[in-house]
Structures are given as structure tokens and as C-alpha cells.
Design a protein around this ligand. Structure first.
Ligand SMILES: *Cc1c(COP(=O)(O)O)cnc(C)c1O
Length: 401
């Protein structure tokens, strides 16, 4: 018993010196902790004034006319589609190199996802291949700003105008990114952000739709809370209780004030967070430039990359070990990593339901087999950055003959 306690204590000591590094650690300070505590003390935990303020901050930051807070980006994608009237019989074009939620949400809305391969370098949907995938049923293009790198929005918007399609951006990676001087979030019919625990800013779980269409924003707001015409916060206003009407069978996608309180503090720090990300990005790029791995593609001068993920491509032939073996070797050195992403079309449901198979989207598959995201977060200390570099270099130098 005593020995157990001792060994536990010594393990903790070791782990306190060398905590396991995850690929996307949240950056939480005493401000967030204080903000949550004060919401708990206020006794209004649900959607209310904090959520309203959080929406205002994200709206202002992105330059969008309206912002609707939701409890995830998945909910944001779903409600964007539903709110724009996309459903059964419709097709939505998206990328296979994304988190499953982008495509699942299309299915939730009753529509069919249609994949278009990515560009090898940018890892984003290839606009030159979109037109071939457009049919009479196509209603929207849903690009994903992979790793925080904005898609070619000019080309995508031009196609959308020509074919009268909506553009719904999955910007789960891209808060802080901009395209030709305009912040992601201000460019299209709907842009969906995520505040999941690994993203650039976090609320635990959370998401947001930004838009320039105020009527669409009103629809989203109603859909996000059961389809009720007035939310609870406004029903219990100074003027007394007022009844609500259910105008549509909506969903339960609202964000709580408890979560929004964290988001408000995170938004106050976003410039600092993204500057820190840029610094670590540059340190990694310099430290790895002589290694037999592929680093993120250079960033063109006319975009601001949100630098959400730092990815390496590990090719067994050139690097000397497989991506999965690389991840395991990092793990053994206390360094976590992630895969963003195994392409959606190769997951069981998509193969079985839509008949997708290997070879359908060669670039997405090439990346999906080789990509690895190493620890990358504004919360990383200089020492931790050095630990990651040391681990990556050691593993590769050991295997590369
Ligand atoms: C994280 C992520 C989502 C989902 O975000 P949630 O807030 O967890 O629902 C959607 N798309 C992409 C590309 C993501 O990385």
C-alpha cells in the first residue's frame, strides 16, 4: 500500500517534470477559471448575456454581420444546411480530407455529400475539380480550411455564383485566418467555427456560425433552440414573462453562458495565441527543414494562415519508417500526435453506403496515409517545443539510414 503510494507519487513527479504532450493542448489561464466561477455564482448558466457577448466578440473579430453561438461546429454545419433550406434530394460538394463531421452533417440534413479531391500541397479542395461534380441537385459547396489554411475562396465563390450555389465554410481550424485581406467568417453565406478542446480557442464544446445575412441568422437562432420564437433569456426579461411559440421543430444546439464565459476570455487573447502559434510554426519549420519529411506548404503572401495544425508527411520510403511507427515512437518519448485525417470516403459507412473505394481521391488518400500532426498549441512552452523537436529528430535520425 505504502509502496503503491510512493510509486504513484514518484510517477506524478516524473510526469510533473515531463508532462505528456498532446497534439492540441488548450490554453487556459486564471481569467477563464475566474469567468466560469463568476457565471456559476450568477446562477444563470444557460444561454444568456455571456453568450450574447461572445457572439458579439466573434462577429466583430471576423467582420461578419451576425454570429450565432451553438454547442459545436457539427451543430453549426447542420444548422447552416437546414437554415439554407438544404435537405432531401440535394447534393453538397465537400472534401474527403476532413473530420467526419463535415460530411456527417450533410447526411443529417438529409442531403448527399459529394466529394472532390484536394490539392496535394494546400490539402484543400481543388477548385478546378469542383465543376465536374456539380449536378442539377447540387445546392452548396462546403469547403474546409484544412489545418487553418484558407481555401481558394475566389475560385469557389466564382463557381458558386455561376451555378447559384451556397457556400458554407467549415472553418473549425480557421478562426483568425484571412483571405486576401478579409477574415474567414466574413466571406460567404455561412461560416462554421469550432471551440472544441483542441482548437485555436476553446469553450470545452462549442461552435459558431457567422454570416452577413441577418434573416438567416434569425432562422438559425430559432432552429438552435427547439424552434421557439423567443429564447428563455428574453422570455424572463424585465417586462415579465411572455409565452413562446414553436414555429418549427428545431434542435437543442444552444451554447451555455458557462461555455461562453470561457470563450469571451479566449477571444481577448486570440491575437496573442495566434502570434505564439506563428512563432512555434517558424521554429518547427526551421528545425525540421533538413529532415526527410514533407513540411507544410509555404504560405502565400495574400493569406493569413490560422496555423491550427502543424503537419508532417511521413513516407516510409523516404523517411525510413511508417507514419504509424513514427507516432508510436513519439508516444514512447511522451509526445502525442494526431492524424488529420484518414479520408472520410474510406470510412466504413461511406464505403458501404456510397460505394466509395480506395483510389477515388488519390491526393486525399496520399495525405491521409502519411500525415501526422505533432504537438502544436499556444500553450506550449519553449522547453516543450524543444522536447518535440528533439523527439521528432531522434526518431527520424534513428530510422533514416
Ligand atoms: C473539429 C472539427 C469539426 C467539428 O467540430 P465540433 O465543434 O467538435 O463539432 C468539424 N470540422 C473539422 C474540420 C474539425 O476539425
Amino acid at each position: 500500500m505504502l509502496r503503491d503510494m510512493k510509486s504513484q507519487a514518484s510517477r506524478r513527479r516524473v510526469s510533473a517534470q515531463k508532462p505528456y504532450l498532446t497534439f492540441g493542448a488548450p490554453d487556459i489561464g486564471k481569467e477563464e477559471i475566474g469567468a466560469v466561477t463568476s457565471v456559476l455564482r450568477s446562477s444563470w448558466l444557460g444561454t444568456g448575456p455571456k453568450t450574447h457577448d461572445f457572439e458579439h466578440l466573434v462577429g466583430k473579430y471576423t467582420g461578419a454581420q451576425a454570429a450565432c453561438a451553438l454547442n459545436s461546429a457539427t451543430a453549426a454545419l447542420h444548422l447552416s444546411l437546414v437554415g439554407l433550406g438544404i435537405g432531401a434530394g440535394d447534393e453538397v460538394i465537400t472534401t474527403p480530407l476532413t473530420f467526419c463531421a463535415s460530411a456527417n452533417a450533410i447526411i443529417h440534413a438529409g442531403a448527399t455529400p459529394v466529394f472532390v479531391d484536394v490539392e496535394r500541397d494546400s490539402m484543400n479542395i481543388d477548385p478546378t475539380k469542383i465543376e465536374k461534380a456539380i449536378t442539377k441537385k447540387t445546392k452548396a459547396i462546403l469547403p474546409v480550411h484544412m489545418a487553418g489554411r484558407p481555401c481558394n475562396m475566389e475560385a469557389i465563390k466564382k463557381l458558386a455564383r455561376k451555378h447559384k450555389l451556397f457556400v458554407i465554410e467549415d472553418a473549425a481550424h480557421a478562426l483568425g485566418a484571412s483571405y486576401k485581406g478579409k477574415k474567414i467568417g466574413s466571406l460567404s453565406d455561412a461560416t462554421c467555427f469550432s471551440f472544441y478542446v483542441t482548437k485555436n480557442i476553446i469553450t470545452g464544446e462549442g461552435g459558431m456560425i457567422t454570416t452577413n445575412d441577418k434573416q438567416f441568422a434569425d432562422r438559425v437562432r430559432i432552429l438552435s433552440l427547439h424552434g421557439m420564437s423567443k429564447d428563455a433569456w428574453k422570455r424572463y426579461s424585465a417586462s415579465g414573462y411572455s409565452h413562446y411559440e414553436v414555429v418549427v421543430p428545431g434542435f437543442k444546439y444552444n451554447l451555455t453562458d458557462l461555455a461562453s464565459a470561457i470563450g469571451i476570455e479566449q477571444m481577448k487573447k486570440i491575437s496573442r495565441f495566434n502570434a505564439r502559434r506563428k512563432k512555434i510554426w517558424d521554429i518547427y519549420s526551421k528545425a525540421f527543414k533538413d529532415l526527410p519529411v514533407v513540411l507544410p506548404a509555404p504560405i502565400p503572401a495574400d493569406i493569413e494562415h490560422a496555423r491550427h495544425l502543424y503537419t508532417l508527411l511521413i513516407d516510409e520510403k523516404t523517411t525510413g519508417l511508417s507514419r504509424d511507427a513514427f507516432m508510436q515512437a513519439l508516444h514512447e518519448r511522451g509526445v502525442g500526435s494526431g492524424v488529420h485525417f484518414r479520408p472520410v470516403h474510406l470510412h466504413a459507412y461511406y464505403r458501404e453506403h456510397f460505394g466509395y473505394k480506395e483510389g477515388d481521391f488519390p491526393h486525399a488518400e496520399y495525405i491521409g496515409e502519411r500525415t501526422v500532426s505533432i504537438p502544436f498549441s499556444s500553450a506550449l512552452t519553449d522547453r516543450e517545443v524543444s522536447r518535440v523537436i528533439k523527439a521528432v529528430r531522434e526518431v527520424i535520425e534513428e530510422h533514416h539510414g
